[in-house]
Design a binder for this molecule. Structure first.
Ligand SMILES: [Zn+2]
Ligand SMILES: [Zn+2]
Length: 132
């Protein structure tokens, strides 16, 4: 098996910075548009590969959607609840206090050792409510 290359190249560092500064959970295409300004020779494939690598390193949380592009969170690279606007597709991190107890309850009742969860809330954001 090939050893994975975990070196932090300037492009990877730039992508991590973009992710850390981003709000709204950008897609790979969003990130490509931004990184192109600093590294014009970057290809979309490089961005995808780098995102996969950062995900494997635990630096980025990937959110997959069956009907939309994958989105990325570099601020909180661990499972946490998300709030998805069904109109503009913005994704927020809502403040929820009961996730930890819920996880303990699920673990206690099932006997599973919980390693993660996926909790998405869907709705219409305040901006989109105003625009109707
Ligand atoms: Zn919206
Ligand atoms: Zn998030």
């Amino acid at each position: 098996m090939r050893e994975r290359d975990y070196r932090l190249t300037p492009q990877r560092v730039a992508l991590l910075r973009l992710l850390a500064a981003s709000e709204g959970h950008p897609s790979a295409a969003d990130l490509y548009e931004q990184i192109k300004e600093q590294f014009p020779t970057t290809s979309p494939a490089t961005v995808y590969k780098t995102l996969t690598l950062l995900k494997d390193m635990g630096e980025v949380l990937e959110l997959g959607f069956s009907d939309d592009d994958n989105r990325y969170d570099g601020n909180k690279p661990y499972p946490h609840p998300h709030l998805v606007c069904i109109r503009c597709h913005r994704i927020m991190d809502p403040k929820v206090s009961l996730v930890q107890p819920m996880e303990q309850e699920v673990a206690g009742l099932s006997g599973y050792q919980i390693v993660g969860h996926r909790l998405d809330f869907y709705g219409v954001c305040p901006d989109c409510q105003r625009d109707r």
